[in-house]
Structure formats: structure tokens, C-alpha cells
Design a protein around this ligand. Sequence first.
Ligand code: BF8
Length: 675
Amino acid sequence: MKNEEIKSLDNATSEMIRHAHMLGIETIFDRNGNYSTGECKKAKCNFGSRGICCKQCMLGPCRISGRSLKGTCGASADTIAARNLLMMIGRGTAAHSSHALHVASTLLKTARKKTSYKIKEQIKLESISRNINIGKEEGTDALASAAAELAISDILGDEKYMRFAESYYPADVFGNLSNLGVMPSSVGRELLDSGHETSMGTMADPTEFILHAARLGVADIASLIISAELQDVLFGIPKLFSSKIGFNVLEKDKVNVVIHGHVPLLSEKIIEFSEDVQLLEKARSLGANGINVVGCCCTGNDALMRHGIPVAGSNIHQELIIATGLAEAIVVDVQCIYPNIENVAKHFHTRIISTMKEARLQSAEHIPFDEENADESAKRILNAAIENFPKRLNNAFLPEEKPHDLMGGFSVENILDTLTKIDPEDPFKPLVDSIRSGAIYGIVLLAGCISPGMTESSQVTIAKELLKQNVLIFSTGCSAQSCARGGLLTPEATMEYAGDKLKGVLQALGEASGLKKPLPPVWHFGSCVDNSRVIILAIALAQNMGLQLKDLPIAASAADWVAEKAAAIGTGAVALGITVHLGRAPPIMGSPEVVSLLTQKSGELFGAKFIVEEDPIKTSQLLLLHIRKAREKLGTASNNFISDNPKGQNNEDISISLEPNELINPQNPMLLRTC
Ligand code: BF8
């Protein structure tokens, strides 16, 4: 990676990359550089990135070009791109629903007294039970069993519709999706069918592929709901915590245990046993001043939301966390775990410990996690980390930059608690009134990943642009961590970045929540699974405003998305009626038909669509335009209209240079880089 590219990252990351280089360690930043240099500006395969490479069978691999407009079997570019997209979304949905299955199965075993977990949120369990219409069982364990069994059936069963989808989505959305044939039966059924349809010589209709992709997206979001809701039952509803983010949350005098991945079943136990008296004594006997658990990626987000555990880094930082030489153990569960961490660890004493059968690494040690013996698994891992402390090498390094303060742990429940203090009779009223008056001009969810290719944080730029315009920002996943590194998750950020009207709202909410400071302008809702919290909140908001979801002045943005899971969530959100911005085009640009389905026809079908734009400033303008159109329907478009946008225009003048035709033209040089 070139020096000038390193300089354009945040200071701590740049410093850690330089340190890794000095030690001869290769990271994602170098490997990404390998794909951005040479004769091509982008050495990535154009056929793959446009979705028109087909390797379904041994007639190929085939790729669509000026010479061959069809695969050997005759499949068109549209068929190939749509089929590839369905497979991508299928993998994302499989990841999320596997997570949901682990959680549901643990809840079921807990209700049957086969685990050491406890049901922490009886009231939430009752509310979930009412939602999914199983309120007749007697007692907590019976209710928990019934909810868990239903969740498992949603994932593996064969009912007409997923109950968590049918009961959590609004009636109008359910009606529309079922009319379109986009309500999923079970995730397993949908994945089986998609595996069949995408097999060679089966489905060839691009529209049917995309409708199936939407069905999987809808199933994906129902899986997120299952995970987040049942995790709350087991581990508690998130609370507002002040914490920190940055490499320097690792502590030189303590045993550092990094919890990384997505499913918090084991990490909850690791956090619990990090306070175990015997283990702490053992750590002290080996010269450590305690056990310091820190997070990475979404397991980190989850631990932050429920325990205030600090975050060391996001997906792109996992190798650099090891390069500090301070991690005794990196404990991984599933998803977003980059295989090279075990190579980086070879330069240090760090033990990489895989724990779940779905995510074994090539040579890392494996301590299997089994929910029926969760305490033993956690203790074994903590013992391994403690025993590793004296083996720390003499090459520990931390960047100069101190960790950033942040506040996280937003949930539907704690927002409602705060609103109830303002209006006990009608808690949603203050929020609804603020939106109608324009004090909150709109709401944008910044979600998804970050990539090594971005030289500055798109999310931070978008957030700052929107906050000026009094748009409230929700955030999840690595995007929330990016906003935290950009200093946007603090009360002080409200004073610095929010427009005056939004500032007033956040000050009132901060007072009501007992903070004596404003709430931060970016509300960190947790991991990517917790996008479901935002969707549940949006559904409740729509109901309280007497609107459909698709008519709310809200949008979502995955400005730097990387994972298949992001594609699944985004597609599900569009199907539910939430317009989604993507900062990079999905691999579909070789098919005008698929592009049109996702960016135009989806508007007719679902009332929402994908917007693709790389530039963060243009993105904020596009999102504002979307919100403005929604406000026009509310009859409130001119409220609170802002004039201090970058070009000094008022919003009426905002010109959006990315026209739909640009998007659907596969010859668009912006999106089609050739040698
Ligand atoms: O689920 S944001 S890189 S860590 S996929 Fe992964 Fe993307 Fe990060 Fe969490 Ni979400």
C-alpha cells in the first residue's frame, strides 16, 4: 500500500499499518492494493464485478462480452446476473438465519434447563409471544419453548409463511408481499428452492430470480428479528453505555481477550467469566493486572450494547489488532473473520481460537463451543488466554491516538422509555410531532461494512452532511463503529454537527433520559442483526403517524458495503418499503434488466428502490431528495428547509447528477472499468 493511501486513513489505522509494514506483516490493505494497481486501474475481474461470469456448470465458465452475448447453454446476461445475485443474497440469508437458529436453539435448551443461561427478560418474552400469537402457554419456560420452537420452524420448517415475518410486518406490507409471492415460507425452504432454481438449466427468468431474492431478503430480516428479540430475552435489552473505540482499548498490563464475529452466545459467557475470582487470581499470579475483554466487528457491537465493552476495531482492523502484539487471544465465532488473521498471529504470541463448526480456520486451534457446556468453553478459552500472557513478546505497540469516546446501546425499548417521560399518555407523540414539524427532517440508517479501499469514511461524511439538515442518524454494524471513530457518537457531536432544530430535539431527549447532556446525533443500535430494531421502530413510527412504511421520510444507506449479508438486508429492506442507498454497485451492472428491476421497477412493486452512488456528498443529496419527496406527501416538505448545503443551494436546487439512465447503462465508464 502506498504511503499517500495510508495517510488518507484515520491516524490510528495509518500508524498501525506502518507498524505492520515495519514488521513485514501483510494485511487487507496491502492485498486490496494488489487489486488496485497495475495496468488496469482496477485489476478486479470486470466480468465478475458486473455479474456476467457464469460458472454454474462444466459447459463454462462462460462470460458475456461483445463476442459472446450468451453463455454456452444460451443463458443471457440478465439470467446470469440475476442468478448470481440470488446466490449472493442466499449466502447472506443463510448466515443470518444460522445465527438465528443458534439463538433459538439455545433459548429452547435453556427453557428445558439444559444450559446455564438464564431468561433475563420475562416481559420482553411475553411481548414477543403476544406478537407471534402464542400467548396461551403457562409460565416462562413454556412460553420460551413455544417462541423458540416457532423460531426454529421459521428457519427449518414448512409452514405457509414465517410467523416472525407475518406477525412483525405491517398488514399492508404483508398484503403486498403475499400478493407478489414474496412472503417466505421458511428460510430453509427458500434456500432449498433457490439452490434448485439456480442450478444449471432450471430457472431462466431474471424477474423471478429477483422476486426470489426479495423473498430471501424478507426472510433475512425476519431472521434478524428472531436473533435480536430472542437475544434480548436471554441476555437483556441493550442500555445506553458510554464506552470507547480504538486500538488503545487494549491494555498493556492486562490479559487482552478479543471477542470477534457475530453470535454472542459464547462472548456473553466470556464477559461473565472475565470477572471470575479464580480466573482473576490466576491472571494476577502470572503477572497480569486483570482480564480485559474487548470487541471486534458485530460480536463487539453486541458486547458494547449490553455491557459497555470497548471496541478495538471493525472488519478491516482485525489483523491490525493482532499487530499490536497485545492480544493474548482472538476468539472468533462466525462471519467476517478474515482467514489471514492466523498468519498475522504467527508473528506474535496471540492465540487464534475458533469456536464454531461453521467457521474453522486452516490451522488455528479450535475450542468447540457447545451451548450446553458454555461455562466450560468460556473458562477453557479464558484459561488459554491467561496462560498466554507470560508469552507476550517484546514487540507490543499501540498508536499514539487515544481511543474515541462513544455512546451506544439504543433500543426500541429505551427510546420509548425516554419518550414516555416526555409524554406518558402517548409516548410516540413527541417523535411524531418532531418529524411532522421538521425538527427531525428525516431519519437515515447508516448500516453495513467498511472496506480497505475507502480512503476516508463515507459514513462520516454522509452523516455530517445530513445532520446539518436536521436528519437524525441511526447506525449499526461497522458503519456505527466508523461514525464512532469519526467522533459522532457523543453528546458533544450534537452541539458541533446537528442542525439547530435537531439539536433542540436531542437536548430535550437527553434531559428526559437523565443524561443532562444531549443524546448523540448518531444513535448506535448495535450489530447488523440489530438493523431489525430500526425496522421495528420504523414500523411503529409509521403506525403512529398513520402512514405506510414506504411513505415515511426515512432511508437506509450501506455506503461501503462488503458482505453478502448486507445485500440480503438491503434487499429485504427495499421489499418492506425502505429505500436503500449503496455506495458501490452490486455485481449486476452487466444486466440492464436486473439494474432496472432493482432501481426502478422495485419502486412500483414495493414503493422503495436501491440508489447507487459512490460519492458521499452526492449521496447525502440523494438521500435528502428522497426524504423531501416523502415529506411532500406528508404536506411538510418546506418545513425546516436548510440552505447551508455544500454548494449554498437550497434543497430545491440540489442537482443530482446520477440519472437512472446512467445507472442502467452498462457502458457507464464510472462503473465499467476496462483495461
Ligand atoms: O454484520 S458490518 S463487515 S462485522 S457484515 Fe461484517 Fe459488514 Fe462489519 Fe457485522 Ni455486518
